[in-house]
Design a protein around this ligand. Structure first.
Ligand SMILES: *Cc1c(COP(=O)(O)O)cnc(C)c1O
Length: 379
């Protein structure tokens, strides 16, 4: 089945009791048993819920995974994967990482005796010098946030397999419309469903997809044991959002291409980060592993002054200044003071994240209107 058909049909079937074409919101905490232990597959809603099951199956199908699990947020999903680790274990991570993931790793899991190495993965061979007997997990974001670096997924999987290390890719920015990392040999895909998968800026949720039964069983145990599950209403909203994922992504990517080229030609813009541009340092890797280049763009101004970036952000009329991304409406953000404020300035600058960097989540509006807004805001 092709992607658009899967987005509409995978994991969902008409409700057996009524024929309702849309999966009902099973707003219930418990399920009646006819005799102790005799039930219809459902006992208690932390463990299983039919609305959540449908969503988990749908997301798994999109990522070409056998198994899917949903969580109360993207970070709850990440937290669950980190709980596979033990004191003394080491993790190698992308340096240009979502700020909340960096905070979870350094401020929470480091206290439990887990060691994290944050490194540039532009050349995947760099990873090798950080591998030792304690290395248990390689954590990758591609495209990275906010610099849109692209990391060679197949290269990561090859090195990890040779060293018997688990791999996880945060596929939030790309979505399975653009890339399916499990097909490249990656073990686990994690999502902030909050973003493109939900797509309408009305839900916070996370998901984990894998083909590794052993890993899945451990994660499912943790999902139930730790309990960070999403409610059925939110699962329904995401099931609804997923049905247009392919249509939305097509438009996000189309609009972003136009805007990236517009910005690249703008005299006040210093540098544009979008993997579809031939000027992007990882454009060749991007072409080899992505079906399209996504709706996220970052750019810097010909200025070192943070106030100049603030002025542009305040001038926008259509682009709303807000955290988050991946919704139908266009958003803008200032990573240094917003999403990445929890990363120390020196670390940020080391990763190439300047104070005048502006990040755009390009929505699905008419692109001419978005370009007009950029023109008046940058001036
Ligand atoms: C938002 C985001 C997260 C965290 O997800 P929440 O749903 O906000 O908990 C993780 N990774 C990336 C790339 C994100 O954009």
């Amino acid at each position: 089945m092709k992607f658009g058909t899967k987005a509409i049909h995978a994991g969902v079937s008409p409700d057996p009791t009524t024929g309702a074409i849309m999966t009902p919101i099973y707003q219930t905490s418990t399920f009646v048993q006819s005799s102790p232990g005799k039930h219809k597959g459902y006992e208690y809603a932390r463990t299983h819920n039919p609305t959540r099951d449908a969503l988990q199956a749908s997301l798994a199908a999109l990522e070409n995974a056998q198994f899917g699990l949903c969580f109360a947020s993207g970070l709850a999903a990440t937290d669950t994967i980190a709980k596979l680790l033990r004191p003394g274990d080491e993790v190698i991570c992308t340096n240009d990482l979502y700020g909340g993931t960096y905070r979870l790793f350094t401020k929470v899991f480091q206290n439990y005796g887990i060691k994290f190495h944050f490194i540039s993965m532009d050349d995947v061979n760099t990873i090798k010098q950080y591998i030792n007997a304690n290395t248990k997990l390689i954590w990758v974001e591609t495209p990275t946030n906010p610099l849109l670096n692209i990391i060679d997924i197949k290269g990561i999987a090859t090195i990890a397999k040779a060293n018997n290390i688990l791999t996880c890719i945060d596929n939030t920015f790309a979505t399975p419309y653009i890339q399916t990392p499990l097909d490249f040999g990656i073990d686990i895909v994690v999502h902030s469903v909050t973003k493109y998968l939900s797509g309408h800026s009305d839900v916070v949720m996370g998901a984990i997809l894998t083909n590794n039964k052993e890993v899945h069983d451990k994660l499912m145990f943790l999902q139930n044991a730790c309990g960070a599950v999403p409610g059925p209403q939110d699962c329904f909203l995401v099931l609804r959002g997923i049905k247009t994922l392919h249509l939305r992504m097509e438009r996000h990517c189309f609009n972003a291409a136009k805007i990236a080229h517009y910005l690249e030609a703008h005299p006040k813009v210093e540098k544009v980060y979008w993997p579809g541009l031939t000027s992007h340092k990882n454009h060749e890797v991007a072409k080899s592993q992505m079906n399209a280049f996504g709706g996220m763009i970052s750019f810097t101004l010909h200025s070192e002054k943070i106030e100049d970036a603030f002025k542009v952000l305040e001038n926008f009329k259509l682009f709303c200044l807000a955290e988050s991304l991946g919704g139908v409406e266009s958003l803008c953000g200032h990573p240094a003071s917003m999403t990445h404020a929890s990363i120390p300035r020196e670390e940020r600058l080391k990763a190439g994240l300047k104070d005048t960097l502006i990040r755009l989540s390009v929505g699905v509006e008419d692109v001419e209107d978005l370009i007009d807004d950029l023109a008046q805001a940058i001036g």
